[in-house]
Design a protein around this ligand. Structure first.
Ligand SMILES: [Zn+2]
Ligand SMILES: [Zn+2]
Length: 390
């Protein structure tokens, strides 16, 4: 019998509005969209931010003429969670079937999400109207406190503290439990309690970490968001195993998100900062949560071999320092063979010997950010992909 495995992919992780400035490209600029494939094959999409477009292209290419059935949970109706809808190719193919789950907004009344679709695609806001969306669409209203099954997966919802309302989702699969709780601000007793019920013992707890604790205590109070510190506190209280910091502020550069992640890791064992292209596998042999990050986005590679000295921290948090060879070098990153297995999303110092002028050796110092770790071709070595951050 094979082990049940669930796969969670991050297609959009940015909050409020998409960003395209280069200082945000490492974590990514698309607004919220996640994909969860449960062990029984149930396909779930969480939110319809701009990340939905790329997911749609991937699905359209992978499915071909195959009929697909997908369940889409929409947390709330703010722009950043719905703006990918008109650009999702699978909505335009009549063979596809979608089940939508969202709450009834007091501003929209019955069939809130259906109204969002119609309004969003009304002329003159979008050139094509709803009649072009041929896929079968079923809308189901859910409210905080509801619980239901999709296939063998149990879904539970709770209302979160956010202007005009928001829903958090807990999905229990045979491979593990994923909790998606974005757009929530601490400070409401009942809703804080609900969030803890939702996150209780979760394998993956994805929480709003848009602001720093200082911003949250000051100018951004009341804006409906949370911080890494709140996430850590909840994860500790209710024994969530891995915390994923999500909904990065559009004004947070990669360096700022690095700092937020570093603070989180100082206080909790297993923390990731959500990153576009990140894939987390649940239930793989060994019972570990296994995360993968996308490689460099631009392949301007040069086959070369440079001797280098690399230092960093291991998965277990121990510092290491070793001599190695850097191969597959590009302007943005490199693939490095290491005996040690560094921590994903940690920083490596790389000092490389490169041929200098007149054939003399020159040392180049770089800071690398670990985006992936694979088993190397040689036994005992890891192939570590890094992106250079300066
Ligand atoms: Zn949002
Ligand atoms: Zn919102």
């Amino acid at each position: 019998m094979s082990v049940p495995v669930a796969k969670l992919s991050f297609w959009g992780v940015r909050g409020a509005t998409p960003t395209v400035d280069p200082a945000t490209w490492r974590y990514g600029g698309n607004t919220p969209c996640l994909e969860l494939i449960a062990p029984d094959g149930t396909q779930i999409i969480l939110d319809c931010g701009t990340g939905l477009r790329m997911l749609g292209n991937r699905l359209a290419a992978a499915n071909g003429d195959r009929v697909s059935e997908t369940h889409i949970f929409v947390t709330h109706y703010h722009w950043d969670h719905i703006q990918g809808i008109p650009f999702f190719a699978p909505f335009y193919a009549d063979k596809n079937e979608f089940h939508f789950y969202s709450f009834r907004s007091k501003y929209l009344g019955r069939d809130s999400l259906k109204k969002v679709f119609e309004t969003q695609m009304a002329l003159p806001y979008f050139p094509v109207d709803m009649s072009a969306m041929n896929a079968k669409r079923r809308f189901q209203e859910v409210a905080g406190g509801d619980s239901f099954f999709i296939g063998e997966n149990k879904v539970t919802t709770r209302a979160l503290n956010h202007p005009q309302g928001c829903l958090g989702f807990r999905i229990e699969t045979p491979a593990g439990t994923v909790v998606y709780a974005t757009d929530n601000e601490p400070g409401n007793r009942d809703l804080d309690k609900g969030l803890r019920e939702l996150a209780q013992g979760a394998d993956i707890f994805i929480n709003d970490a848009q602001y720093t604790p200082e911003q949250l205590a000051g100018p951004k109070r009341g804006w409906g968001h949370s911080s890494w510190k709140e996430g850590v506190q909840i994860a500790r209280e209710v024994n969530s195993k891995t915390l994923v910091l999500f909904h990065h502020d559009p004004d947070s550069t990669d360096r700022m998100v690095d700092a937020i992640l570093r603070h989180g890791r100082e206080e909790f064992d297993s923390v990731f900062a959500a990153s576009e292209g990140m894939v987390i596998t649940l239930g793989a042999p060994g019972g570990r949560v296994d995360a993968h990050m996308p490689g460099t986005r631009t392949a301007l590679r040069r086959e070369a071999q440079f001797r280098a000295r690399v230092s960093g921290v291991t998965e277990g948090g121990r510092p290491f320092d070793e001599e190695t060879v850097v191969s597959d070098l590009s302007l943005q990153g490199a693939l490095i063979s290491l005996r040690h297995s560094p921590r994903l999303q940690s920083e490596l110092q790389v000092i490389m010997e490169t041929p200098g002028p007149n054939g003399l050796q020159a040392a180049m110092r770089l800071r690398g950010y670990v985006v992936r770790i694979d088993a190397g071709s040689e036994k005992g070595l890891s192939a570590v992909g890094v992106v250079f951050t300066d």
